[in-house]
Design a protein around this ligand. Sequence first.
Ligand SMILES: [Zn+2]
Length: 435
Amino acid sequence: MNILLKNATIVTQNPNRDIFEGDILIKDNRIESLGRQLENPGVEELDLSGLTVIPGLIQTHVHLCQTLFRNLADDLELLDWLSLHIWPMEMAHTEASLRVSAQLGLYEMLRSGVTSILDMGNGRHMDVVFEEMVRSGIRGFSGKVMMDYGDQPYKESTDDALKSTEELIQRWHGAANGRIQYALAPRFVPSCSDALWEGIKALSESHKLLIHSHASENQKEVALVKKQTGYDNVEFFVEKGLASSRLCLAHCIWVSEREMEYLREYQINVLHCPSANLKLGSGFAPIPRMLHKGINVSLGSDGAPCNNNLDIFIDMRLAALIHKPRFGVTSITAQDVFDMVTINGARTLGMADKIGSIEVGKLADLTILDLNKVQVVPADNIYSQIVYSAQTQNVVHVIVDGNWVVKDGLPLAYNKDEIVDRAWNECTALLKRIS
Ligand SMILES: [Zn+2]
């Protein structure tokens, strides 16, 4: 669309971190110009006086397929949480239950100002997730979760995992004018064979795809990886030739000094999920040290059953708070955390030249906040307002790829009441299927 947004406070996240009062002209899906008192006769204008425009928020680790399992798997550590609840429920998805799970998650994230996600998908029916990402208007990276190894009944053959992945890449990579992209999704080292990793490496290289996985989330998982492969987690990715700036690893809590060096040297992206790390009792990732080393860290809510929200404002606040007792009050700032959900997230997705900041020529992914509400005033630092004080209720409008996806606090693609009704019904039916 073509629109001139007028009189806003614009938090650019450009290299100078400029903030100014002014206007944004959007033409088609790009930011055409930025400045004060812009004029463009014939283009629709919207007065945003009193509102704040920030780059669209980026969540780099979520599981849309798990939103339907919210509040169903409390008080367990990772490996039991997976084998007792998450894997059986993911396997029990029908197209209908997976669809409403994706809708529920997309609604919640768009409502909280998220414009881009890196999603780890379900093992089956993945067309449904891609269809809903297209329909919702979000910028979405996803891929079918891959598991072909280990002492669990949910694995498939290596050939099936790779073949179905290739078919999905053909159907969805680059769909919706490039808004949808495929990201390879091996669950984690204990569930993947060497042959699968070889296939993943080849697909990543031939199609230039992200590899999205979990690593070093839990100490028992780390011990299992060591027993199974002889390597530490990050070391495994290096040894198998999988370590690069296309590798995105969720958690990275229990990493050695050498693995920290690998993360930096190979420009591996760390996906920090503070709520999930606390809820599963997994531990505290050394995020301030990673940032100090220059490792790229972005932020995610992980799945609804280990959070139990997908609200990026909650995870921003936690990321800013939980490291202070261990590393000191100045070890991580509101600006650091805001970088994680904007420009660092864009870097994780390989899109730092296209999204993550408000600059001329970039794609028009924008979140518009009202920071003149009771719980966020007064302030002398806008990053402090956004990270420590703001909540989803401060999100007014959201634009993705030059299109409105949320207006006046309402995601446009979905009817909230219908989704809530279907979620209750599909959850009840799914639990019956696994009982
Ligand atoms: Zn996860």
